[in-house]
Ligand binder design. Structure first.
Ligand code: HEC
Length: 143
């Protein structure tokens, strides 16, 4: 009975909102980290293809998967949920962050296009080298 009363009181005061919002925020953070890990997995596979010639016929598919993932980034970071290893500048300088996302996406799109029709990995390498994760991490991610 006492527990019920306490819950009713907290609900009346609107205090239940606080943990709910915290849970929502941590899901937002976890989600964008999963999207980043998806990118990392694709690029690790891509590096194995270009350095060790493993499954070269899959290069275009991996770059396409990376491109789809890059397109998820704006939505993943849009909710202002500081935390994780994101620096606050992601949101305080949103226009510049969004520009980095667009540039990243454009460079992945160029490499994916170059890898079409079974082009040899060695001939796509130049475009893969132009893709930078660090440009954005140096500015927007905590070490
Ligand atoms: C436009 C900016 C941007 C680009 C481009 C970018 N990242 Fe990130 N990345 C971030 C930010 C910001 C975080 C911190 C996310 C957080 O924890 O809130 C992050 C976090 C990560 C993480 C850690 C995820 C975790 O488990 O906590 C990995 C891994 C990662 N990025 C890989 C990559 C790879 C690989 C690339 C390039 C192929 C890339 N990122 C490109 C901004 C970017």
């Amino acid at each position: 009975m006492r527990i019920l009363l306490t819950s009713a009181l907290l609900a009346a005061l609107g205090l239940f909102d606080v943990p709910a919002r915290a849970a929502e925020r941590s899901a937002v953070i976890e989600y964008r980290q999963q999207v980043m890990r998806t990118l990392e997995a694709q690029f690790q596979a891509i590096m194995l293809i270009v350095t060790r010639d493993t499954s070269p016929e899959n290069l275009h598919s991996h770059l396409s998967a990376a491109l789809l993932t890059a397109r998820m980034l704006p939505r993943a970071f849009e909710p202002r949920a500081p935390g994780g290893s994101s620096l606050p500048q992601v949101w305080t300088q949103w226009d510049d962050f969004a520009k980095h996302v667009r540039e990243f996406e454009a460079s992945v799109a160029i490499a994916a296009e170059a890898a079409r029709n079974g082009t040899k990995p060695a001939d796509v390498l130049y475009h893969i080298d132009a893709i930078s994760c660090r440009d954005c991490h140096d500015l927007y991610r905590r070490d």
